[in-house]
Design a binder for this molecule. Structure first.
Ligand code: PAF
Length: 284
């Protein structure tokens, strides 16, 4: 595996690959890699001539400076994991490599309410930073296929909307959430949980799964109340629990009115903010 830190060097290589008609699969990450990331890399390896993974802790998407500072960084361990998985190129740029001359590459598109709900409501400005960096990375890497996880449901929905609005020549593939044996969704933030909290964290999965299996038994507002009750303990505190339309992300009030419903939540455990979601209903 080649590790490239210099953006111009990567751009030159990409030009050569494109000339040779090679297909490129790309997964953007912020490092602190785990099996969830590898589950994004695997389909890329199977479907493309070349697989590129980026590691860049993007400062513009953190609304809390302390969260940015605490974000786990370990390039050597990450590189080891990616190399063993068979990744061709690890792109690990500096802040200047992504935002040269301090220019901010803001993405000027109106995604309406989709950016304002769920995580957007609780982390103002977060998605402006995500869209900005993903657009910039797509411009540099020029992938045929982009692999992202369902765990960040709103993130991939917004990126899909950006791809459509800007007619970017890339195909987004969404990969299922990878979970630990007890159901806890894999996340870089789990590194900050104690062993006990890692076990207790299964309450999030159990709550979502119970709703999925019994959805018709209560109304959406009854389920919301039930879920908040389940997640509110001495050791866990829900920040939100919402049912949204899986296409538009608008609030769901009556389940009968929607073909595609996703339940999303953010829960605090031991000062760590964990997000998770589950597709509760999808009629194809
Ligand atoms: O999901 C993430 O790790 C980040 O938001 C992403 C997509 C790499 C952009 O920085």
């Amino acid at each position: 595996m080649e590790i490239i830190k210099n953006t111009q060097l990567l751009e030159q290589k990409i030009k050569d690959y494109k000339k040779a008609n090679k297909t490129i699969g790309f997964t953007p990450t912020m490092g602190a890699l785990h099996d969830g990331h590898i589950s994004l890399v695997e389909p890329s390896l199977a479907e493309n001539d070349l697989t590129i993974v980026s590691i860049f802790v993007n400062p513009t998407q953190f609304n809390e400076k302390s969260d940015l500072e605490k974000y786990p960084r370990n390039l050597d361990a990450d590189a080891d994991l990616l190399s063993k998985a068979g990744v061709d190129i690890l792109y690990a740029p500096s802040v200047e490599g992504i935002y040269p001359d301090g220019s901010d590459y803001e993405v000027d598109i109106d995604l309406g309410n989709m950016v304002k709900v769920l995580e957007g409501e609780h982390r103002p400005g977060h998605f402006d930073g995500v869209l900005q960096v993903v657009k910039r990375l797509l411009d540099i890497v020029k992938p045929d296929h982009l692999y992202m996880g369902q765990k960040d449901f709103q993130q991939f929905s917004l990126i899909q909307a950006m791809i459509q609005k800007l007619q970017l020549p890339v195909n987004l593939r969404v990969c299922p959430i990878k979970r630990a044996a007890n159901g806890l969704a894999l996340s870089s933030r789990n590194q900050r949980l104690s062993k006990e909290a890692t076990l207790l964290g299964s309450i999030i999965y159990m709550t979502l799964d119970h709703i999925k299996n019994n959805f018709h038994q209560k109304t959406v507002s009854e389920w919301k109340k039930w879920a908040i009750d389940q997640l509110d303990n001495d050791w866990s505190e829900p920040e939100y629990f919402e049912f949204s339309d899986g296409y538009s992300l608008e609030d769901v009030e009556l389940q009968e009115n929607h073909q595609y419903i996703v339940a999303s939540t953010a829960v605090w455990i031991e000062k760590v903010r964990l997000i998770d979601n589950m597709i509760i209903k999808k009629v194809d």
